[in-house]
Design a protein around this ligand. Structure first.
Ligand SMILES: NC(=O)c1ccc[n+]([C@@H]2O[C@H](COP(=O)([O-])OP(=O)(O)OC[C@H]3O[C@@H](n4cnc5c(N)ncnc54)[C@H](O)[C@@H]3O)[C@@H](O)[C@H]2O)c1
Length: 248
């Protein structure tokens, strides 16, 4: 069990990659606080707690700084420590030419996919420093943090920001034993891309040399690796888990 006696927060843990990560973390022995906007998180926590795992749900909007601050304080109070933060909550938007991208849509994307990750990192790192150092932060960026996609202006900007913020914090916190790294998934079969047309899915599948889309469990495996001592020499890195998309 790679995460025995670790206390973890997973944001956006009710669905997709976040839910797969929660399942993998409890299987690896972690105590998990899964947070989400959606009350579906309560159902997942109930299911896993019923199977004997240490998990609970907390409704948190990552765009609200005070909610993230209070979440971390409550976890530290209840469990005495926070060892792992997975900043995963995110949204997608319909692809649009830049001239049709409204400032409201731009700000909404940046608020959730970049500022939400900033708040999650800020309060987790502050708590890890209060504990005397040590800990792992795993930010969920995207292959689109590294390569451009037409119509994805705001998403590309937000995920590129996550990649570079991860470098910055990885460098800043490494001496205190707090490892900040990112996972960059290719396109993964989750509700996030469920609205895409068959034509669009066929097009994105073709971007992955491995010949298929990824599964949430494959991303959860990489997140578990970065969160565990197996990644003890990694800091500020972006791990591509993208079926070869960005290597072309
Ligand atoms: N699915 C993909 O193809 C893909 C590819 C690359 C990166 N990602 C990234 O992986 C992460 C997870 O995506 P997913 O595919 O599992 O999507 P998903 O839609 O299945 O899950 C995202 C979760 O985040 C929650 N969420 C959204 N806004 C929130 C907020 N303000 N506060 C708290 N929770 C909020 C949602 O309620 C949802 O449960 C996202 O950051 C996404 O950008 C996904």
């Amino acid at each position: 069990m790679k995460l025995k006696n670790r206390v973890a927060i997973v944001t956006g843990g009710a669905s997709g990659i976040g839910a797969a990560t929660v399942r993998r973390f409890v299987a690896e022995g972690a105590t998990v606080v899964l947070t989400d906007l959606s009350e579906r998180g309560e159902l997942l926590a109930h299911e896993l707690a019923g199977a004997g795992h240490a998990v609970r749900f907390s409704r948190v909007d990552v765009t609200r700084e005070h909610e993230v601050r209070e979440l971390v304080a409550a976890v530290a109070l209840e469990f005495g420590q926070l060892d792992i933060m997975v900043a995963n909550a995110g949204i997608a938007q319909q692809a649009l030419p830049v001239e049709s991208l409204t400032s409201e849509a731009w700000h909404q994307m940046l608020d959730v996919n970049l500022t939400g990750v900033f708040f999650s990192n800020k309060y987790a790192i502050a708590q890890m420093k209060r504990q005397g150092g040590g800990g792992a932060v795993v930010n969920i960026a995207s292959v689109l943090g590294h390569v451009g996609r037409p119509g994805a202006t705001a998403y590309n900007a937000a995920k590129g920001g996550v990649v570079n913020m991860t470098r910055s914090l990885g460098v800043a916190c490494a001496k205190e034993g707090i490892r900040v790294n990112a996972v960059c998934p290719g396109f993964i079969e989750t509700p996030l891309i469920a609205g895409a047309s068959d034509e669009s899915l066929a097009q994105v599948t073709g971007l992955h040399p491995i010949g298929r889309l990824g599964r949430a469990e494959e991303i959860a495996a990489a997140i578990t690796f970065l969160a565990s001592d197996d990644a003890s020499f990694m800091a500020g890195a972006s791990l591509m888990v993208d079926g070869g998309y960005a290597a072309q």
